[in-house]
Write a protein that binds this ligand. Sequence first.
Ligand SMILES: [Zn+2]
Length: 450
Amino acid sequence: MRWDALCKPKSAGGIGFKKLHAFNLAMLGKQSWKLMTKPNSLVAQIFKARYYSRTSFAGATLGHNPSYAWRSIMAAKQVVIEGSRIRIGDGEQTFIGKDPWLPDSECGFINTLLSEQVKSAPIPLSNRSNADSWYWMHEAKRVYTVRSSYKMLVPCLDIPSSSIWNRLWRLEVPSKVKHFMWRALTDILPTTENLIKKYVEVPPACPICHASSESICHILLQCPFARTCWMTSSIGFFGDGSNLLLWLEALFNRYSLEQTQLAVMICWSLWQNRNAMVWRGKTSGVQQLLNSAGHFLFQWQFVRKHQFLFSQPSPIGNVIRDSNGAFVAARCCSIPERFSARDAEALGVREALSWIKQLQLSNVTIEMDCLNVYNALVNNLSGPSSFSLIIEDCCALSNSIRYVSFSFIRRSANSAAHSVAQAGNSLSGHGEWRAVPPPFLIADLVGSSS
Ligand SMILES: [Zn+2]
């Protein structure tokens, strides 16, 4: 496929790649824009002194022995000037015949009789004496952006988008399936028909039915095996199967989103089945193919919807310091299931208490940054909720340790414990340090003792 076709936006049947030369110019344009609009900046003054001491940036030329940076900036200068106009203030710095100051999107220069053009130009003037300044025409805020500059350089981005492509890219199916459909619709899959066009020597017949030559329409729609799959599925067979784009359009118009997604999955499975036949000499049965297409889609959508339930187990971090704030021990562990934030905090306190008990420490103050848990502990909360069950555990544990008190501190003051908890993520859950603090904790300990 041609690079130009790939550079079309996704909504117009391309894949949205950037044209690198144009994109590079658009990015360099940002530097040119800064030199042009901020002439008092240090960088602008240095460039001015070296390359255009007697004129403005707009009048600058490449000059003798230019540096790589200046060459690059000058390459983008024309682009910036083309998309910019001068806003007239006191008119001091603008040359009537040389500068683009007419607010005309086609051409900002005087090119016919001066009086005529000035009369028709809608230029508002201010009573204050502002200096003349540049503005960028292609953004509402009138400030240069790489995006609008790239759009100006690559006008083909304005080709009308087709709803088919937009609808295809918005489907909730795995990305590889969407890309497969895009390749099928742009006919760049290695079907035997396409391979023969590229002078690859392959048997021309369809590897499944051996009855006809293999085009993408044949393998996905017309092949007797594909036809049986469609007729057995809830989608059914429709149309004459000679144009994939029209078939997809009809699919979008006739069926619900869920059914369209299933149909796209069946297309993908048909292609996988064809590949299995070509490379391994195996094919699935109709029912097996339909089941696996549906099952794959279901599993993929299920995982996407419930991904937060499968997230990392909540880490817990505890740090013990003596009354002078010196490090005694630290520990991290993880709670095996997903709990609410409040329950997880309470479980963290319970873990800390049982650890303290295990270490046979006494005279302990437990600092925490969760106000809910603190209030519940201080008020000896009891009740039917799972949260109060953990709090009751905590109270029972604290009664078995000599002299335990609880104190509430701000989250920012508890950064050491959070660092330990976070380390738990990378240590696959568990870690314990005695006497010597782990390296990642030193900054927090120093920060909190100063
Ligand atoms: Zn066939």
